[in-house]
Write a protein that binds this ligand. Structure first.
Ligand code: FES
Length: 127
C-alpha cells in the first residue's frame, strides 16, 4: 500500500472556517471642535496609534509613528499650505493625503486612515 501523500492527510476545510477578511471598523475619536485648525493630536485606537490632523475644516489621519524611527508625528508641526506634517525628531515631512514622505531622512510612507465626519463627530475607519 502506498504512503499517504500530504494532500491525503489534509482534511477538507469546512465551510466558513477559511481565512477571515477583517471588516473595517469605525471608531469615534472626538468632536470637531476638540481639534483646532493646524493642530495634530494622537489617539490610541485598538492597538493603533493614529495622528488626527485638522487643516481648516478638513481632517486627516495618518499612522502616528514616523517611518524613520519610532517617533510621534502628532508632536510635529502641521504645514497647512502643503498639507503635510513634520516629524519633530529629524524633520521629515509627510503628505497627509498619501502618507508619502516629502523629505529625508524618512523614505517610507506612513499609513493613511479614512475618516468619517458626521455632524460634530470625527471617527476613524480602521483596516
Ligand atoms: S524619527 Fe522622524 S524623521 Fe527621524
Amino acid at each position: 500500500m502506498p504512503e499517504p501523500t500530504v494532500s491525503d492527510r489534509t482534511a477538507p476545510t469546512p465551510p466558513g472556517s477559511g481565512p477571515v477578511t477583517p471588516s473595517p471598523r469605525t471608531v469615534p475619536l472626538c468632536s470637531r471642535g476638540d481639534i483646532a485648525p493646524g493642530e495634530a493630536r494622537r489617539f490610541d485606537v485598538q492597538g493603533l496609534r493614529v495622528a488626527l490632523v485638522r487643516i481648516d475644516d478638513e481632517f486627516f489621519a495618518v499612522g502616528d509613528r514616523c517611518s524613520h524611527e519610532d517617533f510621534s508625528l502628532a508632536d510635529g508641526e502641521v504645514w497647512a499650505a502643503e498639507c503635510e506634517i513634520e516629524c519633530a525628531k529629524h524633520g521629515s515631512t509627510f503628505d497627509l493625503r498619501t502618507g508619502e514622505p516629502c523629505s529625508l531622512p524618512a523614505t517610507r510612507a506612513v499609513p493613511v486612515y479614512h475618516l468619517v465626519v458626521e455632524g460634530d463627530d470625527v471617527s476613524v475607519v480602521l483596516p
